[in-house]
Design a protein around this ligand. Structure first.
Ligand SMILES: [Zn+2]
Length: 271
């Protein structure tokens, strides 16, 4: 494990994570830099309510004499019938760690993703479980397997998106041709080069980002760094696999609708 002197300045690229996010979504045993101050509310899924609700800070069960343990608990504001308990350890180096959570963090794979994943859903679930339990290396391995299983599908989604954006057919075919590569890293690399500008939100190339993340040699990374790699992999995968697909469907439906309306007007107004 790497121990850094406390005077070392924070990495400028480190994303600003709030204590609320630590309670809501941080893996166990991953450390967070900052002072403990119980957030007033957090958001999370409530089993009783069957949806994401607001949970209110309801006190702390007890404090160890040294103050090095915090046991905050939260209750669902909606049903007032479900509680969640955390064990927060205050470390000596100005950092905190979520060392426990009851009930266990959810490993629910979003419905829209689970159906499409098919046989890979099990790997996705194991990736989430590993991540929530702080096993970064294992989480990365499972997420990489999911990406590998679904690379062709990701390429098709992006090619479909290109079509929906009226990208010329020859350029769309260049994207699809990436599927001819053998290794999934090569598929992503070729697809990254073929992706049109219109599918790079603010210049961000999702395939290039995915390729870059997959190229990180995890054998040299710490468990914590792997947790971040796992989260980054998941974010890009979910975007390509789920959100982009939904966008295409909405865009296509909208275009058809507008064309149908324009067609009717065209019949009336034709000169
Ligand atoms: Zn509830």
């Amino acid at each position: 494990m790497e121990t850094s002197p406390s005077a070392q300045p924070a990495k400028p690229t480190a994303p600003q994570v709030t204590l609320t996010q630590v309670l809501e979504d941080y893996p166990l045993y991953r450390t967070w830099k900052g002072e403990w101050s119980a957030p007033g509310t957090i958001s999370r899924d409530c089993k009783q309510c069957g949806k994401e609700t607001t949970w209110k800070y309801n006190g702390s069960l007890s404090n160890s004499p040294s103050g090095s343990f915090k046991l905050p608990y939260y209750r669902c504001v909606n049903c007032e019938n479900d509680s969640v308990y955390f064990l927060i350890v205050v470390l000596n180096n100005g950092r905190l760690m979520k060392a426990g959570q009851f009930p266990m963090p959810s490993v629910r794979v979003p419905n829209s993703i689970e159906k499409r994943l098919g046989a890979s859903a099990d790997f996705y679930r194991k990736a989430l479980t590993s991540r929530n339990e702080g096993y970064g290396l294992r989480a990365v391995a499972y997420f990489r397997r999911v990406v590998e299983d679904k690379t062709n599908e990701l390429i098709d989604v992006v090619a479909d998106a290109a079509e929906a954006h009226s990208v010329p057919t020859t350029d769309v075919e260049k994207i699809r041709a990436a599927k001819n590569e053998k290794a999934y890293e090569d598929k992503l690399k070729i697809a990254a080069q073929a992706i049109p500008e219109v599918l790079k939100p603010h210049g961000a190339n999702p395939f290039q980002a995915m390729y870059d993340i997959l190229s990180i040699g995890i054998h040299t990374q710490s468990e914590e760094e792997c947790l971040q790699i796992a989260d980054d992999t998941r974010e890009i995968f979910d975007y390509l696999f789920d959100r982009l697909r939904t966008e295409i469907a909405e865009r296509s439906a909208f275009v058809s609708k507008v064309k149908a309306i324009a067609g009717k007007r065209g019949l009336r107004d034709s000169s």
